[in-house]
Design a protein around this ligand. Sequence first.
Ligand SMILES: NC(=O)c1ccc[n+]([C@@H]2O[C@H](COP(=O)([O-])OP(=O)(O)OC[C@H]3O[C@@H](n4cnc5c(N)ncnc54)[C@H](O)[C@@H]3O)[C@@H](O)[C@H]2O)c1
Length: 292
Amino acid sequence: MNPTAITLDTTAVAQPGPWRGKSAVVSGGARGQGAALVRLLLQAGAEVHVLDTLDPAAAAWLDLRGAAEAAGSRLVCRNDDVADPAAWERLAADLRAGGLPLAGLVNNAGLTGPRHTVTATVLEDWDRVMAVNLRGSMLAIRALAPLMVRGAAIVNISSTVGLTGYHSAAYSCSKWALRGLTRSAAMELAPRGVRVNCVCPGVVDTAMIHDNPALLAALQNLIPMQAMATPEQVAGVVFFLLGPGAAYVSGADIAVDGGVTGAGLYWPVAQATGALAPDPRPFSFNDKETTS
Ligand SMILES: NC(=O)c1ccc[n+]([C@@H]2O[C@H](COP(=O)([O-])OP(=O)(O)OC[C@H]3O[C@@H](n4cnc5c(N)ncnc54)[C@H](O)[C@@H]3O)[C@@H](O)[C@H]2O)c1
């Protein structure tokens, strides 16, 4: 499988301008999917605040600073832990004191932790996964929603394992709970003109998924589109949900998974039984990829 088979021209997604004069906060935005989104926001003119525990000396931060400079946008890097309530209170105080109107919040920071089953759960590992993936998102909304302007949007990054059962219990439960947080916050914030949605990525080509080659190989066999997502393909959907094109979308879960949850349940069965043998008829128009 070629992970870059389907590419996304980010300049086509983020035109310069629409985010000028507004700010956005992205947790876990130093690398991976978060960084791809930060780049889109910077290109669109936003002032972006990134909160991430990644080592400040890591090359990823430097790359992001370069992207901000190239876009002529302001990037504020904060080396903080999303599970720490004080980190969010400090950010809220700074935004109150001098930031641009807050129009976007993306709760993207996450970790899998050791992949324990329910019966083998180690409490400390369970608590850490919940603290980062779930409590961190709640803390962010609690601290920042009161600052958000009418028309603003929040996106929580869940996972397809938040739509199904999964052997890594804490991770799966934290991602299911994020969908609940999304719906509760969507109801609460709708009267204030703030939308809240959830994105559920499938297999995405980032550092997170490369720690276990056997798992990665098995996961790839589940994908009808036969490629894992690039970080940019997920970021494009999150960027859309933050913007005016999604002005009437709130409380939704959107899977960005190459068809795994929608079309993939019987994909391995179709493969095993040869039910989807190649069609012998010449569909030559299918050979050309189109972006329109
Ligand atoms: N990669 C996948 O296949 C996949 C699939 C579904 C969902 N997701 C979710 O997508 C999100 C982004 O992950 P990614 O794939 O880009 O992986 P990644 O590991 O490249 O990025 C995660 C980022 O979060 C940061 N982070 C981790 N713990 C933190 C903490 N306590 N406080 C602040 N920052 C912290 C990391 O430093 C990193 O920059 C995560 O929530 C992840 O659970 C990933």
